[in-house]
Design a protein around this ligand. Sequence first.
Ligand SMILES: [Zn+2]
Length: 240
Amino acid sequence: MVSQTIDLLKEELPIEQQSLLLSGDVITGLVLVDVVNGFCTVGAGNLAPRQPDKQIAGMVEESVKLSRVFCEKKWPVFAFLDSHHPDIPEHPYPPHCIVGTDEAKLVSALKWLENEPNATLRCKDCIDGFLGSMEKDGSNVFVDWVKNNQIKQILVLGICTDICVLDFVCSTLSARNRGFLSSLENVIVYSHGCATFDLPFQVARTNKDLIAHPQDLMHHIGLYMARGRGAKIVSEVSFG
Ligand SMILES: [Zn+2]
């Protein structure tokens, strides 16, 4: 019944998905959002999956695969790492990804990215990575990365589709539209390279503090919202 309802909703909210061929003619930057243990590794923390999760595992696999190709080609890579000071909670979420813990580090399959000269890693202590890239002096590490590399399009992957990925995409599109990202033309979200967490309705209704978050539907809605704001959604990425 629940899955039928979700299928019906997806039909009512269709997403046109394209395939992306990257040839190197258009300077493309890869953006990874929070592919850290605290969100991706089973049992790693309050916001990590409790059991193996197909959607999250697939997102990690695609993130590793694309990061390898981008680094081999010396194309720019930017990775956000959610990380919080232990005394500054992030409502409404329980403590997670505390600075210096394994939770706030890239998943083991991506650890090599830490030493990759091609990659820019950015710790952020808020949901929206665009805002999390702002420095006290008003400069923005992400904006500078786009400018310095003359990036024309970004390909976004990560977790969660409807939270950190969506907020970053929305802010980036607004910043682009306001002329802060002069070289940037397109924001592209790779659907199989994104994932979100699962908190089914049947579980949420057993505890008044929980809000239902069915994975498939919320992943879909995240992509749908991103598309509505002007991002392109692709279901396939290939290299030519
Ligand atoms: Zn956080």
